[in-house]
Design a protein around this ligand. Structure first.
Ligand code: ADP
Length: 435
């Protein structure tokens, strides 16, 4: 449609030049007195009419150049003879091709990094000394089906690989119509593709570990509950005093199970959103005040004073308010539970900067027993509890600081833990501020 419209415009431009030129000629003739005005107008109109008609019917005048039809492109024409090698070199996984005798006849860059460039021309057994891999390669080379083999290399750092081994099926010319089954003979070339699955294995191991830990943590209070139920049904059946005591313990254990489940759900929710930056504007001072208001009755009961300090005009942070409440809640709650003996908790908010950008620093300090240096790096691991404090204060799940760390990560902030035995602990969270 557009093409057609353009053609008409081109034609019209040529016709118009002709009409303007004839009008000028007639004007000159009239002014020169060579021709009368009326005959001149009639002759001009006749000429113009013919020009318009001719232009429309024949599509004459201007030559319209069109783009030539696109030629079919071939990869070889663009990439040259080394196209195959160039493409293979871009693959992140090692690719090795062996001839029928097991000699390396082709490698890509990733394979060179693994087995060395000098591997070309050598027998595969001299460059990859992996027994199950060699057996599988021989099997495939001797006419077997393609297989996948998993193996590990213990040095220099343990790595796991998944090797995919396929015969290279070469179509023998003149064996029939295209698409005929390919002829495979004994001693055919073999393609070896190695995929590094170390990271996948690590994540898998973490998942298995996590499930084992979570079930273990839940099994302990559950076993205790079952034990007490048996006792209440059995020899404590007629002992109201023992019953009251056992029921208290059972309520404790049920509470622990509830906290564990809540903690696990919380962690999985946060992990799901960990790569999404929170978008709301949050006033951290308001968050701290709300948490402290909620914990004041407990603090008073434990004889602990909570002091909050914050400067005027503290910048806001971009965050998820509920998650930041959880951060402050977990830190102050820990300070209350583990640092209760210090009788005082100081929460300070202050403007700060990180990598030249404005930030807000929140620190929660207690004057309790403190944490040993060797425990500090492990505090944010799931289910990690310090034996000494865990013994003194029951009911911890070891999930609180893991949750804090995940939330802080999601907010692109940092968490620092500083502690000295017998002096106390400071947990500092720094979050990017809104300028
Ligand atoms: P939980 O408190 O549920 O056990 P956390 O992840 O919050 O789990 O804490 C992990 C461990 O760190 C606790 O078990 C405790 O031993 C230690 N801890 C945390 N906060 C403090 C603190 N303020 N003072 C001393 N020890 C602490």
């Amino acid at each position: 449609m557009r093409q057609r419209a353009l053609g008409l415009v081109d034609r019209w431009t040529g016709t118009r030049t002709f009409i303007i030129a004839s009008a000028l000629v007639f004007l000159v003739l009239v002014f020169a007195g060579a021709i009368g005005a009326l005959p001149a107008i009639l002759a001009f109109l006749a000429l113009a009419g013919i020009a318009v008609l001719r232009g429309t019917l024949t599509g004459e005048t201007k030559v319209v150049t069109r783009a030539p039809m696109a030629e079919p492109v071939s990869a070889a024409a663009i990439l040259g003879a080394g196209a195959g090698q160039a493409i293979l070199n871009q693959l992140p996984d090692p690719v090795v091709v062996l001839d029928g005798t097991g000699r390396v006849i082709l490698t890509n860059r990733a394979a060179n990094a693994l087995i060395g460039e000098a591997a070309l021309g050598k027998h595969v057994a001299t460059v990859l000394r992996i027994a199950p891999l060699m057996t599988a390669l021989q099997g495939v080379s001797r006419g077997g089906e393609g297989v996948a083999v998993e193996y590990s290399v213990p040095v220099p750092v343990e790595r796991h690989y998944n090797a995919i081994i396929r015969p290279i099926e070469i179509e023998a010319p003149g064996t029939g119509p295209a698409g005929d089954p390919l002829r495979r003979r004994k001693g055919s070339p073999v393609l070896l593709l190695l995929r590094d699955i170390t990271e996948m294995r690590r994540v898998e191991a973490m998942r298995v570990d996590f499930i084992a830990n979570a079930s273990h943590e839940l099994k302990t209070p559950l076993a205790s509950l079952s034990g007490f139920i048996e006792t209440l049904k059995g020899h404590a059946k007629d002992d109201p005093e023992a019953q009251a005591r056992f029921l208290d313990i059972m309520a404790d254990q049920a509470g622990r199970m509830r906290r564990l489940i809540e903690g696990l759900l919380s962690l999985s929710r946060i992990e799901l959103r960990e790569h999404m930056r929170p978008v709301n504007v949050v006033d951290l001072h308001g968050v701290v005040n709300d948490v402290v208001d909620g914990l004041t009755p407990l603090a008073e009961k434990s004889g602990v004073e909570i002091a909050v300090s914050a400067p005027e005009g503290l910048p806001s942070v971009r965050g998820d308010r509920d998650e930041l409440v959880q951060v402050v809640q977990n830190l102050v709650d820990n300070a209350l539970r583990y640092g209760r003996s210090g009788k005082r908790i100081e929460i300070a908010l202050a403007p700060d900067s990180r990598a030249g950008k404005p930030a807000v620093r929140l620190s929660v300090r207690d004057f309790g027993p403190g944490i040993a240096r060797e425990d500090l790096p492990r505090l944010t691991e799931r289910f990690y509890r310090v034996e000494a404090t865990a013994g003194r204060v029951s009911g911890g799940t070891g999930l609180g600081l893991a949750i804090v760390k995940h939330i802080v990560n999601r907010h692109e902030g940092t968490l620092a833990i500083d502690s000295e035995l017998g002096v106390g602990s400071v947990f500092t969270v720094t979050l990017p501020a809104i300028a």
